[in-house]
Design a protein around this ligand. Sequence first.
Ligand code: SF4
Length: 396
Amino acid sequence: MADLKNKIALVKALLSNKQIIRAKPSINWFLAKYMGKFNLINVGGQLIIHSHLPPINSKAFTRFINEHLLARTKGPSHAQISLTNVCPQNCGYCYNKNRKGELLNTSEIKRLIQELKKMGVCWLGLTGGEPLMNKDIVEIVKSVGDDCAVKIFTTGANLSEQLAMELKKAGLLYVSISLDHWEKEEHDRNRGYAGAFQTALRAIEIFKSIGVHVSVSAVISRRMLQENQVQELLDFLISLGIHEAWLSETKPTVEAFWHKEAVITENERLSLVSLQDKYNKERKITVNYLGHFEGKEHFGCNAGNKMVYIDAFGEVSPCVFTPLTFGNMRDKPVQAIFSEMKEYFPSEGNCFINQNYELLKKHYKGQSPLNKEDTDEMMKEVRFSLPSEFSRLYYK
Ligand code: SF4
C-alpha cells in the first residue's frame, strides 16, 4: 500500500512538469521505473528522490527536462567544483590529494558556475579539500541561483550553527557529510584525523536541526564488502535519523589503489545494488549507491559526457575520480575544453576509472592529474564499453 502511495505521489510530482510528456515514452518509462525504486520525500517543500538529482518540483528539474530530455543539449547536466584543496583531514583515497597549482579566486568560481549553468548544468556539487574552508562559501552558494540544485560535500570541519543557517538561506539544498564507519576509531583512522567522527556527528546534528536535506557520504572499502559490514553501517546511519546514505566504493584514483585487489568486482557492485533496493523498500532511509545510478542498467558512466569536474586550480577533468586534465579554464573557456573532452567520452555502461586505472598507471609520470599531452596519449588507448540503458534510449 505504502509502495503504491509512493508511486502515485511520484507520478503526480513528475506530471507537475507537464512538458515531461513530450519526452520519448521509453525515456519516461525508464525514469518512472528508476525513480519508483526510491521513496519520494518532502524536505521543506522540496520533493526529493535522492540528492544526485534536483528535487522533482524544482526549477532545476524543469531545466533538466527542458534542456536535457527535450532540447538534448550537448553540455553537462552535472558538475562538481572544488572550492579549495585545504583540508584538516587526510584520507588515503582523497581524489584531490596530489593536485596542485594556483587556487581559483571567488570571482573566477562565480563566473565558472554561470558558464556551467549556460552549458546545461542543473546539479552542482561543491567539494574540496574541505569546501567550508573557503571563506566565501556563502557568497558562492548564493551565486548559484534556484534553477540549479546545489550540494556541499563536507567533513563538517569549520562548521558553526550560524554558517549552516547562512548556507541554507543562500540556497543550499543538499549536504553530504563524510562518515565511513560506525566506529569512531575506524573512521578517524580512515580520515587520518583524530576527532573526524565527532566532527561529522556534530555537523549532521546542526544541518538536521535547520531542515536541510542531510546525507552521509560513505566510502565503502572492499574489506567492508567482503566482511559484510555495509549492513551494519546502514543500520547505524538509520539510527542517526538522516535522510540519505550516499554510498560509493573506493575508486582507483590515486596510486595506492591502482591494483586489482582494490577495485570492486561486478558481483560486489550488484550486491550493493541489492542491498540498496532492500533498504529502500523498508523505507527507513534512502540508500543511494553511486554504482546503482551509474550502473549499466541505469544512467551508466557519464564522465566527460554529462558530468564534468573542475578542480581548485581550474583543471577540467571528466569527473572527480579521473585524474586527467583536458585543459585549464584560465587558458580556454570551459565550454571549449568540455566540447573537446566530450569528443573522447561517449556515455558508457561501466565506470571509466575502474576500467582504465592500468592505463593511468602506465602514463603516470608522478603528476596528478596527468598533463594534457599525457592525457591525450592515454585516451588513444582507451576502449569504451557499451552504452548504459538510459544512453541507449536517449541517443537512439
Ligand atoms: S568514471 Fe566512475 S566515478 Fe567517474 S563518473 Fe564514471 S562511473 Fe562515476
